[in-house]
Design a protein around this ligand. Structure first.
Ligand SMILES: Cc1cc2nc3c(=O)[nH]c(=O)nc-3n(C[C@H](O)[C@H](O)[C@H](O)COP(=O)(O)OP(=O)(O)OC[C@H]3O[C@@H](n4cnc5c(N)ncnc54)[C@H](O)[C@@H]3O)c2cc1C
Length: 609
């Protein structure tokens, strides 16, 4: 018997399954697959079979076993069953992740994998509500949209007058909080001139966490049990960016007083101005925008001149020209994919990559007309492609698209959420490059010139690997100094966050997030991504080149993302070796909390073991 088997044998006696009295909910299916002991134990969990399919559909596995847990006891019991039966345990949220963190491509129902559905762990409560900050407790399966709305609407004596918010968040709302934290979810935002916002919360969502509660190995109990990792505990940093290496049941997070954002959209500024190498060249260089407003995003389709540039302005009164928001997702044109566009996409996927430039120009036309409230018959008839689109869109949709939305204003979460799951199903590579704030413009120019140059080179060879936009956002790095820990100490930053600084005490303070989007299966995209990734690693310091956990990275020409052994086994660990806690130390502590290695899959094994 090896050590692993011994641990299971020692840790779980069948007799203990017979204890417990809570209500039991079982489907027909589960009665057939579960041991009688489990059924007798009584466990408040629903077992079912499901098709796992992530959002971009690059990972699909039919007929997988899943268990919906309702409380910690059912989580512990389900995990106990998994350990005893040799199953891996994979917590899942809304399945929006691109990288194989939940399950890997090729996983089948014959593999012993138990998916844990924590959607019932969705309670939210405010546990501290001060004028200057709040602390919210939230179940791991809670959708973030629900959390942001709760915070924004929160009112109580002594609390912040307008509720609470985060300083930056990922763009979609239908993600779970545990899913977002697993990959250090981020939005956009840095400190700016005259800002009254906290300089400490411009990193990722993971750095807002004050405690994580999850199920890990408990040596004394010889079982997997719920444990709270407080931020000021010795291991309080380990699971802030968890990658699903424990089951998170609940977190507490620090939030800031709510604020109001105006979001301005521009589609009439050349990329050459926005990314000009000289920061002082014009008022719309990224650097100048950041200095003035702090929050921006560029969405730039290949073969077009003018990106969609968003600038958020923190302003408490609605400017007269702004349209007030009624809720999040204010850009319906990017969520309504008409059949005509889908056909082009299909054509591209089916081998007509030469249509990419037209498709990208069409996207620019639609964005520009829609943002400016000009999506009408007259304007559409000016371009052939857009005219054809117009014929396919219903009158109701046109009414929505006719509204001018290039200047909107409302509570922060209304404009920080702007991507619905019905947006174009793209795939993306993703990296965060750490830089000094003063170098942002120079480095962005370098990146964009490389990207643009590659697009041209590929085009010369009749290759069109990139059929989606380049997205640029800029954030700060993790800064734990603003956190209200129990003992007042400054805690460690999230151990595995892409935003945890290796330049401790140095001048590096900013991250440029760069994502190049394309359609899944686009010919030559693996080659393009491999080349661009190698360029990043050759150009920037290893410790300042971070993969975006949720997206595509580690490319090879033949097999695409998450396949490059040197990146998985060397570059990624190396990029985190100069942190307060090295990658290897974190991996080792995670092993102590999961000695049976149940929270893993082939991809995570390769990364961590
Ligand atoms: C269209 C689109 C836009 C996006 N935009 C952004 C963006 O702006 N910013 C950004 O940062 N990200 C963005 N993402 C990525 C997204 O934030 C991540 O993929 C996130 O992990 C998805 O959360 P989920 O609930 O779908 O989790 P899943 O995809 O189901 O799981 C992702 C990870 O979370 C873990 N996990 C889930 N639940 C639990 C739990 N209870 N306990 C422990 N671990 C758990 C899983 O094991 C896995 O490791 C985007 C994704 C899409 C599809």
């Amino acid at each position: 018997m090896n050590n692993h088997d011994k641990k299971i044998e020692n840790g779980f006696s069948r007799r203990r399954f017979l204890k417990g009295s809570s209500a039991v909910i079982f489907t027909q299916f589960c009665a057939s697959i579960l041991p009688a002991s489990f059924i007798l134990s009584g466990c408040n969990a629903t077992w079912y079979r499901m098709k796992f399919q992530n959002w971009s559909q690059n990972i699909t596995a039919k007929n997988m076993i899943a268990v919906k847990i309702y409380d910690e006891q059912s989580a512990e019991k389900s995990i106990e069953w998994a350990v005893e039966n040799g199953y891996k345990v994979r917590p899942m949220g809304a399945m929006h992740n691109w990288s194989p963190l939940v399950i890997t491509k090729g996983t089948t129902s014959d593999d012993k994998v138990l998916l844990i559905d924590s959607s019932a762990l969705n309670q939210i409560s405010m546990i501290e509500a001060k004028k200057s900050y709040g602390i919210v407790k939230v179940g791991g399966g809670t959708h973030v949209e629900k959390l942001y709305q709760y915070l924004s609407d929160y009112r109580a004596a002594g609390a912040s007058d307008n509720g609470y918010a985060f300083q930056n968040t990922p763009a979609p709302g239908d993600l779970t909080i545990a899913g977002v934290l697993a990959i250090n979810g981020h939005g956009t935002g840095v400190t700016y001139d005259g800002s009254s916002e906290s300089p400490h919360f411009n990193g990722s969502m993971s750095n807002n966490v004050l405690s994580v509660r999850g199920i890990v190995w408990d040596e004394a109990a010889s079982a997997y049990k719920a444990k709270t990792f407080h931020r000021d505990d010795e291991d309080g940093d380990i699971y802030l960016t968890s990658l699903g290496r424990l089951l998170v049941t609940e977190v507490t997070m620090q939030v800031v007083p709510n604020y109001y954002l105006r979001c301005l959209s521009y589609t009439d500024i050349s990329w050459k101005k926005i990314f000009h190498k000289n920061a002082e060249n014009n008022a719309f260089t990224v650097s100048r925008i950041l200095d003035k407003y702090g929050r921006m995003e560029v969405i730039w389709f290949p073969f077009t001149e003018k990106p969609w540039l968003k600038i958020w302005q923190n302003i408490s009164e609605k400017p007269p020209s702004s349209t007030p928001t009624k809720g999040p997702y204010n850009y319906p044109f990017s969520d309504l994919i008409p059949k005509f566009a889908s056909n082009i996409i299909k054509d591209i996927l089916n081998g007509k990559p030469e249509l990419v430039p037209s498709f990208c120009k069409l996207n620019y036309e639609i964005s520009s007309l829609s943002l400016n409230g000009l999506f009408n018959e007259h304007n559409l008839s000016k371009t052939r492609a857009a005219h054809q689109v117009s014929n396919k869109i219903s009158n109701d949709d046109k009414r929505i698209l006719n509204k001018k939305i290039n200047d909107i204003w409302g509570p922060a979460w209304h404009t920080l959420l702007y991507v619905r799951k019905t947006t174009l199903r793209v795939t993306a590579n993703g990296y965060a490059i750490h830089v000094r704030r003063g170098e942002v413009q120079k480095i962005l120019n370098q990146m964009v010139m490389k990207y643009e140059g590659m697009l041209e080179e590929y085009k010369q060879r009749n290759q069109y690997p990139v059929a989606g936009p380049l997205e640029i956002r800029v954030t700060g790095l993790e800064d734990p100094r603003g956190l209200k820990t129990r003992d007042g100490s400054v805690p460690k930053p999230p151990a595995l966050s892409a935003l945890t600084n290796s330049d401790i005490g140095g001048e590096v303070d900013t991250a440029i997030w760069i994502d190049a989007l394309t359609l899944p299966g686009q010919p030559d995209s693996n080659q393009f991504y491999t080349e661009f990734e190698q360029w990043l690693y050759n150009t920037f310091n290893a410790s300042e080149t971070r993969v975006e956990w949720s997206k595509g990275w580690g490319y090879t020409n033949n097999r695409g993302a998450w396949d490059n052994e040197s990146i998985l086994n060397e570059k990624v660990p190396e990029s985190m070796n100069n942190l307060q806690r090295s990658f290897q130390q974190t991996a080792s502590i995670m092993r102590d909390y999961d000695p049976n290695n149940i929270y893993s899959n082939g991809f995570l094994d390769q990364l961590f073991n």
